[in-house]
Ligand binder design. Structure first.
Ligand SMILES: C[S@@+](CC[C@H](N)C(=O)[O-])C[C@H]1O[C@@H](n2cnc3c(N)ncnc32)[C@H](O)[C@@H]1O
Length: 389
């Protein structure tokens, strides 16, 4: 029986990060997609410096091997591999084997076998790592938040780990400058600072929210945590807030409606290298679809309110990703957390490549907005071409 791919990959993740791992191989590709490497092999190795996870990848021509330390480094490396569209995973631990094949429809066909005589994992090493940031981390006592919020933010950090390559971030000429746009009570802001610092990165983070009361509260929290020299808060709109110097990495988690467009536009104008934005509600395109009913037969998609809203959600994020591509970004839309945790579980993640858009990309965007008679907010915001520094 096929299973949801996300939960099968979560099982793969827990096996890869389990000290009982003996060997794992990822290979093949999903329909219409191409992983950045053709094969990856993982196995535990014992080095002088201590236990490491060895990851050998091949791009088809040359092999590349690296050893990553358990903890955030291994978590990030595993997350990056799980984000690759491999068609197959084969994972062996001392007590079981899992084989996963991604079907044409994007589900997981999983085969599990248990070893006849399970080996006993060494005491203290058998806890599967469920969170990227330890829930027992003392920062949580300060910043609070429900278990659901913690899980959502942890999932966002996993997506960040898969998007942000540690070496380029470490080799920036200055600190890694991060901004969290529409930061609210700064739960993500503080968790991201903790996570990125634990990777050994020199980080400066600014949280932006229109609410002055949030700025005061969050600033006090940063002081209590002893991070005020590195994490600061600005009260202002995403479009205009004073964030100097321009950030390398832009985060936005559930900035309301078109505030996500403001965040993406600002990121483009800053020339941010990495962008992760999980959109919230999508009213703008839904309102445009309501105001200008589509011609037959496409009106079937928008005639009923609920279908129109869902279709508008898809259209909005597809157009956002397309616009980012037209502005020199490689952009994709992924699920960052299970929909059981939040229905707002999509994430637009983008990396600046400065690649010129192709004529085909320009045409498909133009044709799509013309077909539906839309003017996406992001298109309007991106029109002025002066860099915003
Ligand atoms: C749904 S909350 C999300 C907060 C936080 N990112 C989180 O996920 O917990 C959205 C936040 O964005 C802020 N916001 C909405 N529009 C904004 C804008 N145009 N400029 C700045 N902040 C904005 C709101 O004040 C609110 O705190």
């Amino acid at each position: 029986m096929p299973e949801p791919l996300d939960s099968a990959l979560a099982e793969v993740r827990s096996m890869l990060l389990n000290p009982a791992l003996t060997r794992a191989v990822a290979a093949g590709r999903r329909r219409g997609q191409h992983p950045s490497v053709v094969r990856a092999e993982l196995r535990p190795v014992a080095l002088k410096a201590g236990p490491r996870l060895q990851i050998a990848t091949s791009d088809g021509a040359r092999p590349y091997t690296r050893n990553v330390a358990p903890g955030p480094e291994a978590d990030a490396a595993v997350e990056a591999l799980l984000a690759e569209p491999f068609g197959n995973w084969h994972v062996e631990t001392t007590d079981r084997t899992l084989q996963l094949r991604v079907t044409k429809s994007g589900e997981a066909q999983v085969h599990r076998t248990t070893a006849a005589r399970p080996a006993v994992a060494p005491a203290g090493h058998d806890r599967v790592k469920e969170y990227l940031l330890d829930p027992g981390d003392p920062i949580f006592a300060e910043i609070g938040g429900s278990a659901a919020k913690r899980r959502q933010v942890d999932a966002f950090l996993r997506a960040l780990a898969a998007t942000l390559p540690v070496e380029p971030a470490r080799n920036l000429p200055g600190p890694l400058r991060v901004v969290d746009l529409g930061c609210g009570n700064a739960y993500l802001t503080f968790a991201a600072y903790r996570y990125l610092s634990q990777l050994g990165l020199d980080v400066e983070l600014v949280g932006v929210d229109v609410r002055e009361d949030q700025r005061r509260r969050n600033t006090e929290l940063a002081e209590r945590l002893g991070w005020a020299h590195r994490v600061r808060f600005v009260a202002g709109t995403i479009a205009d807030a004073d964030v100097e110097p321009a950030p390398d990495l832009v985060l936005a988690l559930h900035a309301c409606d078109t505030a996500t467009d403001e965040a993406l536009a600002r990121a483009v104008r800053w020339g941010a290298r990495w962008v992760l934005a999980a959109p919230c509600c999508h009213h703008d395109i839904a309102a445009q679809l309501r105001a200008q009913p589509a011609a037959r037969p496409y009106d079937l998609l928008t005639r009923q309110g609920i279908l129109r809203e869902r279709f508008a959600d898809v259209l909005t994020d597809a157009l956002r990703a397309a616009l980012l591509r037209l502005h020199g970004y490689r952009a994709e839309v992924v699920e960052f957390v299970d929909s059981a945790h939040t229905p707002r579980n999509l994430l637009i993640r983008a990396r600046r490549t400065d690649a010129e858009p192709t004529e085909g990309q320009r045409t498909e965007y133009r044709e799509l907005v013309a077909q539906w008679q839309l003017t996406p907010r992001l298109e309007t915001l991106l029109k002025p071409s002066e860099p915003d520094r």
